[in-house]
Write a protein of this length. Sequence first.
Length: 239
Amino acid sequence: MKEYFFSLSPRSLTVILDAYEQQYGSGPRAYAQSTIAKWKTGAVHMSGTVAERLFRLLPPRMPLQEKYKLIENLWTHVGPKSRKVLKVGLDGDIQQIVDVIRGHMNDVVVRYAIPTSLEKRFEWLSAGDSRVKQDLLNHFLEHEKTFVVEGARQRIPVLLEHLRSNAGANTHRAAEVLKIGNHELEVAVDRSASGVRLEEPYVAPSWSMSLQSSAGAPSYGWVLWVAGAIFFLYLLAHH
């Protein structure tokens, strides 16, 4: 919100400051006007009280398109998260794939209960206007779903076509990750699969993770263990 406030044109800023003066007096307005440049650079810290007063004046005067941007940013930070894998066989039908993706997005996005913290932001951005609030809600819900579904409709046929072609004869698996906001859907076209199936992502068992060092490089402790065992057997054989 500060970023938006500091990016206002001189004319838009004057409108906000006029409203600020009308509510809080000429003194606070003069202070705000003379300190804006320092707030912007961080030389002076904007107090919580001043920020709350100024930012409360923004929503009624903010273009709807700017509100959409704020909602999308908020949704990315506090919205729901999901990660799924859609396994597709070579016999997979494009329309069926798209239908499954759309159904999945309806479940994780459209039917998700909006967190209280986000609900309050909607109330603030809509400035008490129920119609604007509904527009904002509809925007981000459709935004999430449409991006994922349309992305799948365009890219999945390319994966299928590749694996079905002679050029892809040696390719066992091809995947495309569809991501919007906090939702990830990996669409994996796999020769060993059949049809279309939504699954939980694979999680490596804990014992296999122990073969990785804390830095992410492979651990070679087992090599030392094997070498020690061989040395021990050698000693037994020569006694």
